[in-house]
Design a protein around this ligand. Structure first.
Ligand SMILES: Nc1ncnc2c1ncn2[C@@H]1O[C@H](COP(=O)(O)OP(=O)(O)OP(=O)(O)O)[C@@H](O)[C@H]1O
Ligand SMILES: [Mg+2]
Length: 450
């Protein structure tokens, strides 16, 4: 029994055997676990992350190697402690809890090996954190591997004196749930996971991958030498995407005051995409309907991919509305981020502040959707077709004009709402809206007042 009396206090040391197993289930899945490790690579200043994943006849291993700053032996020991004491996190650091490396890794594997070289001419430092050892010894301890005994799998990315860190997962028991672990189904399942991982990382780190994070060089990620490509949920490259003006909201966490930045978009309708393939790609991993709503970023890393955070319900007709919400780690307490870094809860005050704007923006997205549907059905009638379009862009010049006009109208509508709020003339504006609806339905629709 690990206990000792100390004055009026009784020390109760956690059971390594039980707790290390329990902590495997803090909410990670395969994709989020790898993403959690990439957070660490980014925090360490890496510009390149190479993922190697081998099926290895049913005994798979996975390696995440970065070219970041590496770790001294002391920092490495601390890194492998549940609840690492980190001197201080930079204001844009992706780390928060001091457990990601261990919980993310052990959510997938039983044996975690970390090898690191902190500077040129330094030996490789290597440690093993093995759940079977913790279980057998019931002690929180890690194995120190001498520099000349580091397994090649772990040391290979650091060969030729390269600086960086390698995280190696072995004994991936959670991937071995097949009747025949070395069989075809298991191999196909493993490959499918890698494809899904590629898509997931392209989404979560899209700003890092396309080099749009301020003061950070572009990040490269590859899986088995295949580059992960950034996937932008807002179709920023499509000329028909409407970007609405950014809105800044004040947020409070205890005595702290910070901000959340909302950037709303209205995406093109299905018939404005070049091809049905590009339309379906823009739907993302979960499809158009699930992807509507808020995309929430913490220090530019995506945490939540869509959803309305209880501000309203999901609805096919408003699926063109997607918005980025950005917050900084200093505001974590207000956003209540979960351990798996997959979910946040919008602060109440922000949800209230957002409501008025959201209803107007969403109404506009709905109008755009309905106009797109009606244009498409007119085009189908003209061409005598009733089936679904398979390719080619409709719209052309008139779509372009419509887009610019809609954007201006939306901006004017926001300005009028704000002016009415500031001058206590909201009621007067409501009368104006209903009169505009009566005399000019089309303008009312463009302004989002219909
Ligand atoms: N790839 C890496 N390169 C350099 N240092 C690393 C790397 N991975 C982990 N570390 C060090 O190990 C520490 C612990 O990592 P861990 O992921 O467990 O916690 P964290 O990143 O501090 O917080 P969180 O639990 O939110 O991820 C980090 O703070 C960092 O000092
Ligand atoms: Mg971490």
């Amino acid at each position: 029994m690990s206990s000792q009396t100390d004055g009026e206090f009784q020390k109760v040391v956690p059971s390594a055997r039980r707790l290390s197993e329990t902590l495997r289930d803090t909410g990670h899945d395969f994709n989020t676990a790898v993403a959690d490790l990439i957070d660490n690579c980014i925090s360490a200043g890496a510009t390149e992350v190479k993922i190697t994943a081998r099926f290895n006849e049913g005994d798979p291993w996975i390696r995440i190697a970065d070219n970041g700053g590496g770790m001294s032996p002391e920092v490495l020991n601390e890194a492998l402690r549940f609840g690492s004491e980190v001197e201080h996190y930079a204001s844009n650091d992706l780390g928060k809890f001091g457990i990601g490396l261990k919980t993310a890794s052990h959510s997938q594997c039983r044996r975690l090996i970390v090898a690191t070289r902190p500077r040129k001419n330094s030996p490789i430092h290597c440690r093993v954190h093995d759940l079977d050892h913790l279980g057998a010894s019931n002690r929180w301890e890690i194995e120190v591997v001498p520099a000349d005994a580091v397994p090649v799998r772990a040391s290979e990315p650091l060969s030729r004196d390269r600086v960086g860190t390698v995280v190696l997962w072995e004994n991936l028991d959670r991937l071995r749930n097949y009747a025949a672990p070395a069989g075809r189904h298991a191999r196909d399942g493993f490959n499918r996971r890698l494809d899904e991982l590629n898509e997931y990382l392209g989404m979560v780190f899209h700003r890092f991958l396309n080099g749009s994070v301020p003061k950070r060089p572009r990040l490269k990620i590859s899986i088995e030498n295949q580059a992960v490509r950034a996937w932008d949920p807002f179709c920023g490259d499509a000329p028909q995407t409407e970007t609405w003006p950014e809105q800044l909201y004040e947020v409070h966490a205890g005595d702290l005051r910070g901000a959340a930045l909302l950037t709303p978009y209205v995406l093109p309708t299905s018939h404005e995409f070049e091809t049905s393939e590009s339309h379906s790609a823009a739907g993302g991993r979960r499809g158009w309907n699930e992807s509507q709503g808020f995309w929430i970023y913490r220090a530019h890393r995506l945490i939540q991919d869509g959803g309305w955070c209880n501000i309203r319900k999901r609805d096919e007709h408003i699926k063109l509305a997607r918005a980025a919400i950005d917050f900084e780690p200093a505001m974590d307490a207000a956003f209540r981020i979960d351990l798996g870094k997959m979910r946040v809860t919008l602060p109440d005050e922000l949800r209230n502040d957002l409501k008025a704007f959201v209803s107007q923006w969403v109404r506009h997205a709905e109008d755009r959707y309905r106009a797109g549907e009606s244009d498409a059905s007119k085009a189908r009638r003209r061409s005598g077709k009733t089936g679904k379009r398979t390719g080619g862009r409709s719209g052309g010049a008139s779509t372009q004009t419509g887009k610019a006009g809609r954007r201006t109208a939306a901006r004017i509508a926001v300005a009028l709402e704000e002016a009415a709020n500031n001058t206590d003339t909201v009621e007067a504006l409501e009368s104006i809206k209903s009169e505009v609806r009566r005399i000019d339905d089309r303008s009312a629709s463009d302004l989002g007042w219909r």
